[in-house]
Design a protein around this ligand. Sequence first.
Ligand code: ISL
Ligand code: CA
Length: 534
Amino acid sequence: MDWWKDALIYQIYPRSFQDSNGDGIGDIPGIISRLDHLQELGVDAIWLSPVYQSPNADNGYDISDYREINPEYGTMEDMERLIAEARDRGIRVIMDLVINHTSTEHYWFRRSRDKTSPYADYYYWARGGADGSLPNNWTGFFGEDCWEFDPERCEYYLHLFAKSQADLNFHNPAVLEEVKDILRFWLDKGVAGFRCDVINILWKDSLDSSKKKLSLTGSEHYLTLEGTHDILRQLRAILDEYGAFTVGEAVCVIPETARALCGRDRHELDMVFSFEHMDCDQYKVKWIKRKFRPKVFFDCLVRWQRELEWNTLYLENHDQPRSIPRFGSEAHWKESGKLLAALLLTMRGTPFIYQGQEIGMLNFDFTRMRQLDDVESKNVERTMRRLHLPQKLRWKLIARTSRDNARTPYQWTAERGAGFSDARPWLGINHNHETINLAQQREDPDSIFHWYRDLIALRRERPALRRGDFEALETGDQVFAYRRSLEGEALTVVLNFSGKAAQSGQRGRILRSNLGREGGFDGTLQAWEAVILE
Ligand code: ISL
Ligand code: CA
């Protein structure tokens, strides 16, 4: 029961995982060819970022057909084979469900341009002001206006993301029926569940203008409203027929709103991805970074551990820069990479590993805007230019925060092409693949990869690490210590988030140390040391 509580889930960004046919783009046969790697790591389920048909304005988060596979990634047969081959290895497949918006190339949208078509109300259409103003003053997630004029319909449509991602109108019951059919289509194919994209913004209560904010003006009209809860309960009924699982990406949630989305008694989602811990190193908007203060981060994690019955645990995904330069230290690459693994794999909740995290992949060494692909980075750069930010500063902000940092191809080997592809890859390969790659780490028992494997196995052996209670013991400026306990079994985790030695009040026998230490623990920690005590 609740298999996902004992699971380790691995996120695949298909475009960057493995190319199988030499076009420089990752694909489904490529994923199939790497299932053995995932099995060796100890993965129970994979979440695939979108593989549906899409013009790729936002790399698949702009879907033009929910029942077709993007030909760049393969065919429906390939997808069915992936589900079957994964199942043979005990690995479940979770699809990304993007239903807040579709691509403007979806036929629903194309037909919606005609006010007399059955699709006329599938999206949010509105007239602008007589003075040429937009229908309201909301601002979107990609740092721009969120209305686009359609010359055919002579109205504007709402897009909270890129302008080719039009928001679906759930006030029209037909839209929800479409979504239900899509769920059944994929569940019938044997997928185990869905990661639901920006799931807490589906319902817009009105299109009224609102008070101007630094970001997301208008968001009180769609963040986690009752209409969304109602939609989720209706979807749950279908998911339950299949025993399927859902994790929802929930933007701007606090523990209280998160509980309303995934509390047991709510019958909505099983878990949510929240963002507060990812916001710890930023000032109001993610582009403006501030110094990472470990204590703020620890306190945030502890609060969520306390307030939610069950959390998702993640430090990376396809929208975030890599975790080592952010929360660890590139100068202590291996130690801090292992320390972050220890954090991820010993808290209470379901851990998600993002591809490449298990070998300590780092941010890309971009030097020019031209090397980037991400629609968000490009839009935000344009907005910064409009605000007259100097080029140097724009570049500094973008290079550090761009989502492309985590989207570079997987580093399988030290060879040219990194074992990802023989062709020119769709996005640059990090030059450090000569030293950071799976082939090398598989040979090295002391590598980040083997440490991940070992901790994943430990988590499987120790019920306290999976289901045990969480108790915070120390949240200092450097040291984070907590205890996981279940029916008489207790393990203590002590982490030094700094390049300097530190002291902790914890004692015990060392079960695991990222520096290979054994024996008794007297409270002294080396730089970036992580220990698990018994
Ligand atoms: O990039 C972000 C995280 O800092 C957010 O602004 C992000 O856009 C938001 O979390 C929503 O993300 C999801 O929906 C987007 C898509 O671009 C992202 O890749 C996806 O994870 C629109 O579908
Ligand atoms: Ca390919």
